[in-house]
Unconditional design. Sequence first.
Length: 104
Amino acid sequence: MALLFPSLHEGFGRPLVEAMARGVPVLASRIPAFLEVAHDAALFFDVHDPEEAAAQLHHLLGRLEREAGLADDLRTRGLRRARSFRWADAIQQLRALHAGLIRG
């Protein structure tokens, strides 16, 4: 099992974080938001190239079946990366932003 997430535009990439938090390997479009969110915990493809996306997915699923090491590596990196995104931190940052805007 893996998450294939082809998106042209994304504000954050929450589905990637949710998948990584559950130990699901991620294959996502190579856009800035996803590169920043997933970093080295996912595999990426050019969203404008459906053939590359299909090849990457085929390659990933084949490797996941044959190589336990790849799946384990993606799961480990994904779990570690997902832990860096916490709701409490996001709320604190949002509060600080709002406070700064109010103070002007």
